[in-house]
Design a protein around this ligand. Sequence first.
Ligand code: TF8
Length: 339
Amino acid sequence: AGDEGTAVADEPELTPPPEIEGEVITGDLGEYTINFGIGLSETSPQYRSVEYFRDILEERTEGRLQVRIFPNSQVGDDLQMMNALQSGTLEMTYPSTSPATGIVPELAVFDLPFLFPSPEAADEVLDSELGQEMLDRFDGTGIKALAFAENGYRQLTNSQRPVESPDDVRGLDLRVMENPIQVDIWRTLGANPTSMAFGEVFSAMEQGVVDGQENPWSTILTSNFYEVQGYGSETRHVYTPFIIMISEQFWNELPGEYQELIQEAAEKTRDYQRIISREYDQWSKERLRDEGMEITELTDEQRREFEEAVQPVYDRWAPEIGEELVERVQEMVAEFEER
Ligand code: TF8
């Protein structure tokens, strides 16, 4: 597979989920149902990881903790689902960090372009004390943040033309996430960005309301964006984390044994999701080519042109986010890369 002109299989070969280990939690702890809403489709690595999460909880409690999964933004977009967690009408969700900056502003550090040179550098920061501090900042907001997983490197797609340089971006009408830094990145590059909930993106592109959007290859594939987007560029301009989160109201009702199990399962889900997300990413790119999308791979030099063009975004936002936080993350990344 992967050879020029050879059709790519319909399903990627993904690492199977690890064996579920650990004792069954016995005792009369009650029965609970977790309604778990996500933005992406049933074929996404995100969904597959929630299936693993469900299996862990159901097996370890002999079905006393049930998980019902609602994909495709069918119970709301990221902002609406986080709201629902806060009001206790939905138990769990798995949004990007970008729309969560209204709740925890410090998360905006992850919206800075070209921050992480590799997914492993992102893991290093997200799994550090700093990452844990970020998760803890949700305490008292109505949401308990359990773990950072991976949305991944975002790539630009559009219906108009191949994009190789910042100049090619000029004038494109683009959908971006609901986050001011994301808007600023594309405005700085000369595009016309509009914030929009993810669930509306396909039809906005289909109807020509926008020319393009940016998301990881796996999302571009599993949300069928290639049907309405002829061109993709491997810009890797932002690495977006996902956060596995639970309603604080619901969490507080749970016995400690279940809380511990859910925390443990969320971390296992994070580890598994990162593996399949990375496997899925590269496979998706080939699959998209197969579907007829013209994909432009940028050279390091071409990517640096984008990086230089968006430098003003750092100058404008670092003071807002906190210079100290930005520098702390940059230093961790630099140290990691030297190792
Ligand atoms: C976006 C994000 C989303 C996710 C998920 C659908 O573009 O990358 O794909 O947050 O909820 O809005």
